[in-house]
Design a protein around this ligand. Structure first.
Ligand code: DGJ
Length: 565
């Protein structure tokens, strides 16, 4: 063990040495536009890395995988094999600041070097004050000094192992460690841009009660709603999240008063109160980090069950319902990101808002993830999708997810070109969902879930639970489409004036190689149901009989249409 630590320490020094050579020159004057950043264009916000739109095809490591170089080293080749281009990796406050004010970035340097040498980008997850609500990542000197670094309390007076967001001492200790981290990342990576985004904390939110009942919190809750929040709400009154606006309206749209006077009594208001204080805290932490190195920063949210109650108590979590409070309180947080495990399409819609591009730090892998990826990029102009525990939670390579990541990688230039202008869309269909009509460009596509035919005297193939078909459709020209996906059937109908009927002119199967279309088979006859529709098979190895599985390595079809009467 001792020998290994020395080895990595030496490596880290060398790295720092190399980087500092690189940095002391022009890099420190690197304009913000050169470092990874978000770029808003019309209704779309893109992530720009090295001057080009970047789609993150990501996987999140298990929480502590990146705290040991020996452990993470064997993951890099698996991540590359999984067609992942971006790795979400945790950075533990306790690991980098064991002693107050003394920082050790040797493991982080090794992680950055490991990713870089495998041509992978990194999103660092700052596990600090909070992780899944609770405080397991602060250093021992914080944990042990609970007078200096106070905890939250429940109404019943129970102390929760959760740093209260209403303590300046907690906030400032976190912010200064985060500033040190960002200063160091700039030093060792300010030119190479292996690190492209930062998640600040992880799934924050009150635990054990709907708000903190510490003395500081009780005093603040009994006090007036801050003017900054009320100013923001009044300025954005017409564009507020409907459920939030309704709650404020129900209490009379007051512009001054206590939290309960302005938003009404109850747990939902306690959640609004907590959202404000978490937002203020994280804004300070993000500001300290951005002052050193202004990479895009986001928070991730543990979500709620859609459709249960209209305005469930959030405990301050960065839910879409309190997005306005977060945007008012944390302008330095660029994105609120859903950890979308359930209700996928609903949360994609709820989090894709003007000024809040969709980034999914955590979702499912396997066949479900493979379908969801196409939907997130094609329907909601996502900047990234990440499967939680991507290569660590399945022994065998995840061929389903690999297939979809490969598709998006091939289509990436087209996707970036067609985001936000009505010439791209996608569907995600369960076996019982009716066919969906999707307008894309000059035609409306009718897309249905493909079920295996039932041959005479045979039983229908049982459809496994959680089976999803999906497709992404790009109108590359007035009568030209690129379509791809899994298990769908597509028909086309014109949606512009002119000849009423649409026919399939030429249909090619093929792939994009370095952005160039390379056609394979020319499809007609059985392949297009005698010219009636486009069929996109299920991936090889999926639940359907072989004849319904894709036989060709080419997974994209280029479809040209003509109109007639
Ligand atoms: C969501 C959290 O954000 C992750 O860090 C992890 O704890 C998963 N839940 C469960 O593995």
């Amino acid at each position: 063990m001792k020998i290994r630590t020395c080895f990595y320490a030496v490596l880290a020094c060398q790295l720092a040495l190399v980087a500092s050579h690189g940095q002391s020159g022009p890099a420190s004057t690197t304009p913000a536009s050169d470092i990874p950043h978000l770029q808003r264009q019309g209704a779309v916000t893109r992530l720009i890395v090295d001057g080009r739109p970047y789609l993150a095809l990501a996987g999140e490591l298990n929480n502590d995988s990146a705290t040991s170089l020996e452990y993470v080293r064997r993951l890099w080749p698996k991540l590359v094999e999984a067609k992942i281009n971006t790795v979400l990796a945790g950075v533990s406050w306790n690991q980098i600041e064991r002693q107050e004010g003394k920082f050790d970035f040797s493991v982080l340097d090794g992680v950055i070097q490991g990713a870089r040498s495998h041509n992978l980008r990194l999103v660092l997850l700052w596990f600090a004050s909070w992780k899944n609500s609770l405080s397991s990542y602060p250093p021992d000197w914080v944990k042990k000094d609970f007078d200096r670094f106070p905890r939250a309390r429940t109404k019943a007076g129970r102390t929760v192992e959760l740093l209260t967001p209403l303590s300046d001492a907690n906030r400032d200790a976190d912010a200064s460690a985060f500033a040190a981290l960002m200063r160091h990342v700039k030093e060792v990576d300010g030119r190479e841009h292996t690190v492209i985004m930062i998640q600040v904390e992880n799934e924050v939110g009150m635990d054990g009660d709907s708000r903190d009942h510490s003395a500081a919190a009780d005093a603040a809750y009994a006090g007036p709603v801050p003017g900054e929040l009320m100013d923001y709400l009044q300025q954005h009154k017409e564009t507020l999240i409907p459920e939030f606006r309704k709650a404020w309206e129900a209490a009379g749209f007051k512009t001054t008063g206590t939290w309960e006077e302005v938003f009404g009594p109850g747990a939902a208001t306690e959640g609004i109160f907590m959202a404000w204080h978490y937002a203020r805290y994280l804004d300070r932490v993000a500001a300290a980090g951005k002052a050193e190195y202004a990479l895009p920063m986001f928070v991730n949210a543990a979500l709620y069950g859609v459709g249960r109650t209209e305005f469930p108590p959030s405990g301050g979590r960065p839910w879409d319902l309190v997005m306005d409070v977060w945007k008012a309180g944390a302008p330095r947080i660029d994105i609120l990101a859903p950890d979308a495990y359930g209700n996928f399409t609903e949360f994609c819609a709820k989090y894709s808002r003007p000024g809040n591009p969709l980034f999914i730090p955590e979702s499912l892998n396997g066949a479900v993830g493979a379908a969801r990826v196409l939907y997130a990029f094609g329907r909601n102009d996502a900047i990234g999708f990440s499967a939680m525990g991507a290569v660590e939670r399945s022994n065998a390579p995840d061929t389903d997810l690999i297939g979809s990541y490969d598709l998006i990688e091939q289509l990436a230039p087209l996707i970036s070109e067609h985001q936000g202008n009505g010439t791209m869309s996608a569907v995600l269909l369960g076996p019982d969902d009716p066919p969906q009509k999707v307008p894309v460009g000059n035609y409306t596509l009718t897309v249905s879930f493909v079920k295996p035919r039932v041959a005479p005297l045979t039983q229908p193939t049982p459809i496994p639970p959680n089976s999803f078909a999906a497709g992404i459709f790009i109108a590359a020209g007035p009568d030209e489409y690129f379509v791809a996906g899994l298990g769908i059937n597509i028909t086309f109908a014109p949606n512009t004036p002119g000849l009423p009927l649409a026919g399939l002119a030429t249909v090619e199967e093929g792939s994009f190689v370095d952005g160039r279309w390379v056609p394979g088979r020319l499809l007609a006859g059985d392949s297009t149901d005698e010219g009636q529709s486009i069929g996109i098979s299920w991936p090889p190895g999926s639940w359907v009989p072989v004849y319904r599985q894709r036989s060709s390595p080419d997974a994209i079809q280029r479809v040209t249409l003509y109109r007639y009467r």
